[in-house]
Design a protein around this ligand. Structure first.
Ligand code: FMN
Length: 193
């Protein structure tokens, strides 16, 4: 079982998504003994923006091949400025490739990565699950769109929100997210979000 673990937070040791993504990977290690983990820190070692000349290069193909080889994707996704970090967007630009992870057929778009599981841990400073800011949520919606486009249409999302609204809301949000990680009984079969 091959697991690809990605972090993209710029906040180092204080990052919520780094804490949570590590907990998810640990969960997999406990439940799926022989899990081999590839790790990519997109903040520490950012990928360049995709460009036309970069498509198909050895470096770009290596990023794609790493994803194609993975059975499980564990994604640490902070909300920065209402969306995902540009470092993480660049990774998606490398793996959403026509003919490799999706194709257009007579019936429209067909995702070619449908066999993969994905667990996304998302952290937001404010509250977007309800209330006036809900319409400004472009992180979870964007991630669901990109993953769904390549066939991963049932990713599990574990969300900590309100983490910038004071110590107590932050603690409560992290505790609830860690509890959600711990409730994944069979981590090889993530619950439907
Ligand atoms: C550059 C930057 C931009 C941010 N933009 C937002 C935002 O638009 N909305 C929000 O609710 N929180 C925002 N935050 C707060 C983060 O969502 C929050 O710190 C979250 O925990 C990020 O995940 P991380 O801790 O893994 O980095 C921002 C934080 C940073 C550092």
């Amino acid at each position: 079982m091959q697991l690809l673990h990605l972090d993209s937070s710029i906040q180092g040791d204080t990052s919520v998504t780094r804490l949570l993504s590590a907990a998810v990977v640990e969960r997999y290690r406990q439940h799926v003994g022989a899990v081999a983990v590839d790790y990519r820190d997109l903040a520490a070692t950012p990928l360049p923006h995709i460009t036309l000349p970069r498509f198909g290069t050895e470096a770009a193909e290596a990023v794609l091949a790493e994803f194609v080889a993975a059975d499980i994707l564990v994604l640490g996704a902070p909300m920065y400025n209402f969306g995902i970090p540009s470092q993480l967007k660049s990774w998606f630009d490398h793996i959403l490739v026509a003919g490799k992870t999706f194709r257009y057929g007579a019936g429209g778009v067909e995702g070619l990565a449908a066999a993969k599981k994905a667990v996304v841990v998302l952290s937001r400073g404010g509250v977007y699950s309800e209330g006036p800011a809900a319409a400004m949520e472009h992180a979870e919606t964007h991630l669901r769109a990109m993953l769904g486009f390549i066939g991963i249409d049932r990713p599990q999302f574990i969300v900590a929100e309100g983490v910038a609204m004071g110590d107590e809301p932050r603690r409560a949000a992290i505790d609830a997210a860690l509890a959600a990680v711990a409730q994944v009984e069979d981590a090889s079969e993530p619950a439907v979000a």
